[in-house]
Design a protein around this ligand. Structure first.
Ligand SMILES: *[C@@H]1O[C@H](CO)[C@@H](O)[C@H](O)[C@H]1NC(C)=O
Ligand SMILES: *[C@@H]1O[C@H](CO)[C@@H](O)[C@H](O)[C@H]1NC(C)=O
Length: 990
């Protein structure tokens, strides 16, 4: 190494000497007449300049993380006709001949194209050409670039060239360095991703043949998906740097590439189809930078590492690695960057890692690491980044983490860490993510002294105590602050008269906040504000209407006690969550970009202004539980293809549903429950082909069963309860009959005729339910919109929140259905609830009901069933509520399992029944003694109770959605019995 350096110094000295000699001589010549051929090169440069525009946006990438920290400025501005072109910015001349031998126009704001007749190609003596970080408008790379006979360095990276890399590039036989890399930026907004450069196998083969002296080859981001990686090992073994990340490479790279004697940098990352054979441990390699992120590795990483002693940067993120973190990493004594994220590493973090004294960046996030973080780590004195989020780490955070002298980024989020956190002694900290652990105690006061802090996220822990808002006054660099969902109390006792001017995101949900934080006053950059679930009272203060007027995108003020009339001055807002407050007055029109709009559970009055139909970006409109009235504006059901959810539940709307619903109608969730809407259902509702939830319950709809809905391919929930529907429930002879239906509620209407057996064969979603898990669908930003539907479950009105996909029930109660229940009902084996009560069904209870093994409640009361209770019902091991009362059943009650838990009330009114729990023993054969009164055990499960439930407006919001997804059975009843639900009314039972 020393001799290398020494010789380098010598060479550079020699070069300087020669250069100074040449410079002196060139000074002499330039003061005299320049030879004309040289003059022509100056003309060529000027003409080249004239074909291009200057636009600073052309070099924006130069300032991004990707660009080297070069100065970005229009270098050609200094190019003037009457001056010596050898002194122009970016131009280098040969000291003797005055030929232009170097042109560096990187980051020069150039915008335009370079066609084949460009005068650039007249500069035949060029040795170095750098046009990186400009914008050449997705034009092709001209074949002429291959015709600079002496070119050694060519850099066209990040310059928006597109199309095939011309094979003529391979004519540059003296090339030492070629950089054509492009960086695919994440698309901004709806901007089209730019066209890529492509490279074919034939070109690559020629490069391999002709570039015998090439040392650096940077081809990152070029589309090489047609290239078989096998050819790469034929590249010149003089290579020192080879970068092929993000090239869509296929095929296999053998471990020969690791034997290139001079190779220091090898980047193959982000080629998910590429198979890389790892080197054996015995070879030794000069590699300093190795990026294998998201490739398919073959071989033992822990072995290979032993031979890679010079490594300074290793990236094996997203390589599907498992087992423990290789202990052999300790051999990498030079390592600075270690990227292990997004694998399946398990076990404990090896304490020996802390011997890597040069380590600056450690990322082992998104693994399955468990156990505690090592207690001692004396070697980590240079650590700048410590990223261990999204593992299974437990125990307390060891004190060394808070003392690292150089630490800037700390993330331990999404683990199971417990205990208190120490005082922070790393003054350099800029980002702290401790979100979603089980940390407790007070927030250490030293955190408020970390003046470099830009991001602080302590949300979803058990931190407690009082935090005074004035404590943040020193954190003037803060851009994002999240303290949500702890047990904190934020207090503004002390007067706050500072503004956090850089704050862009503030989340203080569930922080016992009683007013709007004053440090937002005057903010012009706030984008995200979540103050939901606090106890903020009164009107929104006047100054607040000015905060983030242009910048605010997401506003969550739901679940507070805010009053007054609303206005929406935030021009660019996308999410407006204002539900569960005390707002009043008429409904204001949300700003034009709003997509999620909820003002549910307030005291809004008046009509829905039809102007709302102008806000075509709306996806979700939830105005439920207000005092809105009037007719539904005729445009409201499909004013935009974006509209997915329209919830008008629990208001006083009257009149009919607008008739003219035209295709395309994108609505997925339409809820009119609990209004005064009347008339027939418009058949054009069937134009809403994506409809998943249709809740029309508790209105004044008339007409017959809308069997034309049965062809809707996505319909999952159909609630027609408590209306004036009548007639026979029959199919329309269509072939697709409710293919996805899970919840059918026809209760409390005037339907007649037989049990609608025609549908049962087709209710596939109620039978053999498979896709039982799905997370919340409507997500934008950090919070999802939870759709819900109100059903009568076990005699109580229950609001089911976003759990529809695993919930299946059928309720035909309180109609005039009659006849026998067909055996075929036993096919609906995913049903959780079945209510056929208060009809005129007769005959035997079909034993096939015993096949409905998921049933949690079964109500057949107040019908005319005869015969025995089928023994098969004992199979229903999840059954919690059984009501067979008021029928004409006889014989002995089945015994065992769940039947040991039912009380008398399940059977009352069937004078012929005997056995436990009735006091009438079964050997008193067939005796009907009215005098043997059944013991009343509290209130029964009869219809009266259900009515009471309605009457009290009893609504339980089952908030256990997530829980339920995760814990499996038995589901509903646990939540009801343990009272985990948000209770907004009195319970009538228990
Ligand atoms: C290059 O060719 C185009 C037409 O193909 C012409 O418009 C342009 O003037 C030419 N430029 C030069 C510098 O000759
Ligand atoms: C290329 O380099 C060679 C050797 O240094 C030199 O003789 C020749 O003149 C150069 N060609 C051009 C066009 O500069």
């Amino acid at each position: 190494m020393r001799s290398f350096l020494g010789s380098y110094q010598f060479v550079s000295f020699l070069f300087l000497y020669l250069y100074s000699q040449a410079y002196i001589s060139s000074c002499f010549t330039s003061s005299m007449q320049r030879p004309t051929w040289s003059h022509n090169e100056g003309q060529a440069l000027l003409l080249f300049k004239q074909t291009l525009f200057i636009d600073y946006t052309a070099s924006l990438l130069c300032n991004s993380n990707y660009g080297s920290p070069t100065n970005s400025f229009p270098k050609t501005d200094s190019w003037k006709e009457d001056s010596d072109f050898c002194l122009w910015d970016g131009v280098t001349c040969d000291g003797v001949t005055d030929h232009v031998i170097g042109l560096d126009l990187s980051c020069s704001w150039l915008y335009g194209t370079i066609p084949s007749n460009s005068t650039l190609f007249l500069l035949q003596h060029l040795k170095r050409l750098n046009l990186a970080f400009n914008n050449f408008g997705e034009s092709k790379i001209s074949a002429k670039f291959g015709q600079f006979p002496n070119l050694t360095h060519l850099n066209l990276s990040s310059s928006f060239f597109s199309g095939q890399v011309p094979s003529e590039i391979s004519y540059l036989s003296k090339l030492v360095s070629l950089d054509l890399s492009t960086f695919s930026l994440p698309p901004v907004g709806e901007q089209e991703p730019f066209q890529e450069l492509m490279l074919e196998t034939t070109t690559l083969k020629r490069l391999a043949q002709n570039f015998s002296e090439v040392e650096e080859l940077f081809l990152a981001g070029i589309d090489m998906c047609s290239v078989d990686a096998v050819h790469l090992v034929n590249l010149s073994s003089s290579l020192t740097s080879l970068s092929l990340d993000d090239c869509g490479l296929n095929g296999t790279i053998s471990d020969r590439i690791f034997q290139f004697p001079n190779l220091k940098l090898l980047k193959l990352g982000n080629n998910p189809e590429l198979v890389v054979y790892l080197p054996k441990s015995n070879g030794s390699s000069a590699l300093e930078v190795l990026d294998l992120k998201q490739t398919i590795l073959v071989g033992e990483l822990s072995d290979s590492i032993r031979g890679l002693k010079s490594l300074k940067s290793l990236n094996v993120a997203s390589c599907d690695l498992n087992g423990s973190i290789p202990a052999s990493l300790v051999n990498l004594s030079q390592i600075v960057v270690l990227e292990l994220s997004d694998n399946k590493f398990s076990g404990w973090i090896p304490a020996s890692l802390a011997n890597l004294t040069q380590l600056q960046h450690l990322d082992a996030s998104y693994n399955e690491l468990e156990g505690t973080i090592p207690h001692y780590a004396n070697g980590f004195s240079k650590l700048v980044t410590l990223f261990l989020p999204s593992n299974l780490l437990n125990g307390t955070i060891p004190p060394w983490v808070f003392k690292l002298p150089s630490l800037q980024l700390l993330s331990l989020a999404n683990n199971r860490l417990t205990g208190h956190i120490s005082e922070f002694r790393s003054k350099s900290l800029s980002i702290i993510y401790l979100k979603n652990n089980m940390l407790q105690g007070h927030i250490p006061s030293s955190i408020f002294q970390l003046v470099n802090l830009t991001v602080l996220d302590l949300s979803l822990n058990n931190f407690s105590g009082i935090v005074e808002l004035d404590m943040f006054s020193q954190l003037q660099n803060l851009e994002s602050l999240d303290l949500s969902l702890n047990s904190l109390s934020l207090s503004s006792e002390n007067h706050v008269d500072y503004t956090l001017t850089k704050l862009q995101s503030l989340s203080l949900s569930s922080c016992n906040l009683s007013e709007f934080p004053n440090f937002l006053r005057g903010s012009k950059v706030l984008k995200f504000l979540d103050l939901s679930k606090n106890r903020i009272q009164g009107q929104i203060p006047k100054w607040m209407w000015k905060v983030g007027k242009e910048s605010l995108l997401h506003l969550y003020l739901d679940h507070n006690f805010l009053t007054g009339h609303l206005q929406f001055p935030w021009r660019n807002v996308v999410i407006l969550y204002l539900q569960s407050n005390l707002f009043q007055g008429v409904l204001p029109i949300p700003p034009v970009r709003t997509s999620f709009f909820s003002i549910a559970n307030n005291y809004m009055t008046g009509e829905i202004p039809s102007l709302i139909c102008m806000v075509s970006s709306l996806k979700i409109v939830d105005v439920s539980h207000n005092n809105l009235s009037g007719k539904i504006p005729s445009c409201l059901l499909n004013f935009s293809q974006n509209l997915l959810v329209l919830d008008l539940r629990a208001n006083n709307f009257h009149g009919a549903i607008p008739k003219s619903i035209v295709e395309p109608c994108s609505l997925e969730n339409l809820n009119f429950h609990g209004n005064q809407i009347e008339g027939l259902l418009p058949g054009s509702l069937a134009n809403c082909r994506n409809l998943q939830v249709l809740d029309l319950g508790k209105n004044k709809f008339t007409g017959t069963f809308p069997n034309w809905l049965e062809t809707l391919p996505m319909l999952q929930v159909l609630v027609l309860s408590s209306n004036k529907f009548h007639g026979v429930v029959n199919n329309s002879r269509a072939r697709l009959l409710f293919p996805k239906l899970r919840v059918l509620d026809l209760s409390n209407n005037d339907f007649v005729g037989p049990f609608p057996a025609c549908y049962i064969e087709n209710l596939k979603a109620m039978a053999n339910l498979t896709d039982s898990r799905s997370s919340s669908k409507y997500v934008e930003g950090s919070r999802s919109y939870d759709y819900s539907v109100v059903l009568t479950i076990k005699g109580q009105e229950v609001e089911l929140v976003k759990v529809l996909t695993i919930f299946t029930s059928m309720d035909l109660s309180n109609n005039y259905f009659q006849g026998v229940i067909p055996e075929v009902i036993g096919k609906l084996n995913s049903l959780i609830g079945l209510n056929l009560s208060h009809n005129n069904f007769f005959g035997h209870i079909p034993p096939s009901i015993g096949n409905l093994i998921n049933l949690e409640w079964l109500d057949l009361s107040s019908n005319k069933f005869i015969g025995n209770i089928p023994q098969e019902l004992v199979n229903l091991t999840f059954l919690v509520i059984l009501n067979l009362s008021k029928n004409q059943l006889v014989g002995s009650i089945p015994q065992g399992k769940q039947f040991n838990t039912f009380e008398n009330s399940s059977y009352e009114g069937n004078v012929g029944l005997c056995g436990f729990p009735l006091s009438k023993a079964c050997n008193e054969i067939g005796m009907q003694k009215p005098t043997i009164a059944m013991k009343e055990s509290g209130i029964g499960f009869g219809w009266k109770v259900v009515l009471m439930g309605y009457g009290c407006g009893l609504i339980f919001g089952l908030t256990g959605g997530y829980l339920i997804f995760q814990t499996g059975k038995p589901k509903w009843i646990i939540n009801l019995v343990e009272g985990k639900q948000l209770q907004r009314g009195k319970r009538s039972r228990k």
